[in-house]
Ligand binder design. Sequence first.
Ligand SMILES: Nc1ncnc2c1ncn2[C@@H]1O[C@H](COP(=O)(O)OP(=O)(O)OP(=O)(O)O)[C@@H](O)[C@H]1O
Length: 353
Amino acid sequence: MGIIELEHINVDFPQKKGKTVRAVHDVSLNVEKGDIYGIVGFSGAGKSTLVRTINLLQKPTAGNIKVDGKDFIKDGKQVISNKDLQLARRKIGMIFQNFNLLNETTVLENVAFALKHSKLSDEELEKKSLELLDLVDLKDKANFYPVELSGGQQQRVAIARALANEPDILISDEATSALDPQNTQQILDLLKKLNKKLGLTVILITHEMDAVKKIATKVAVMENGQVIENGNLKQVFLHPKKELTKRFVGGSLEAISTLSSLSLGKLGPDEAVYQLVYSVANVTKSIIVELYRETGAEASMLYGNVELLNDEPIGTLVVSVKGDPEKQKQAREFLEKQDVTLTRLDEKGNLYD
Ligand SMILES: Nc1ncnc2c1ncn2[C@@H]1O[C@H](COP(=O)(O)OP(=O)(O)OP(=O)(O)O)[C@@H](O)[C@H]1O
């Protein structure tokens, strides 16, 4: 049993003249307790609308929703009372791209605000808020105002506030999108720490595959309101089935920027660029050397990197293979037989089509 079970969810928005927009279309997802579940897709894919159904900030038009064993929606109808929903929502924290902090109050008061419904005394409230700030390493900023903090620090305050009611689930909606790479890394590290330390289940909505690669255990790719591919991160990353997923996986920002800085110019008919993604543990021999030995085709390396995908080393190589059409064919056949995910790229690092 998953902590979040979504079955056949539709979300329709009525438009003028009786038309409707289907923002979420027949989505089923099962999130297990302790998952860091990445949901990726371009802007407008339906990510936010989908996750807002989890706590019924957005009511679905059809489908079933069950959270922590409790039915929220059955056949598109709310079956949880509003009072129970209010309590259940406290166990689902949310953080957003723009932090949503109260700028006229201190960091400490921002966190304490989330506990205003509790019966804690002022003293207990302050103690608990300081503990939460300690958890995100910001105890020393308790009396600062949000504007006096960096973006990354403001997001950490938002995380402390989201944790005030000891939620089981934290929904992060593009929480790192407005941050620079260093602050992004800090927030991702913090989410992973909270996942490990508190057993927090995290839903990570993002348009950046790089964020998902760093911490997610599972991933769902959305397009036009639908989940087009989902599963274990490594499985999806190493064996993407859909073109869009390949684009996200292959769209390693670093590889693309390296390729564009090389300014290769239009590729000739005797040249092809390939991206190879593989598990370092499985591929021990040099594919480039073997390629030459087997086919006589020469490959030069344009980009190479090893990164940790959820703590497992994954290699990415971008190579340019030169040779006449017959050699190209042999080279491609050889590469396809290897234990790698092969994607052909154009001179700018985009998918070749
Ligand atoms: N309240 C609404 N009324 C009408 N259409 C809406 C509404 N909310 C969202 N949509 C539409 O639903 C689709 C999905 O939007 P959604 O915000 O969920 O996408 P997203 O993947 O989260 O993108 P982004 O990252 O840009 O928010 C879009 O086409 C959007 O225009």
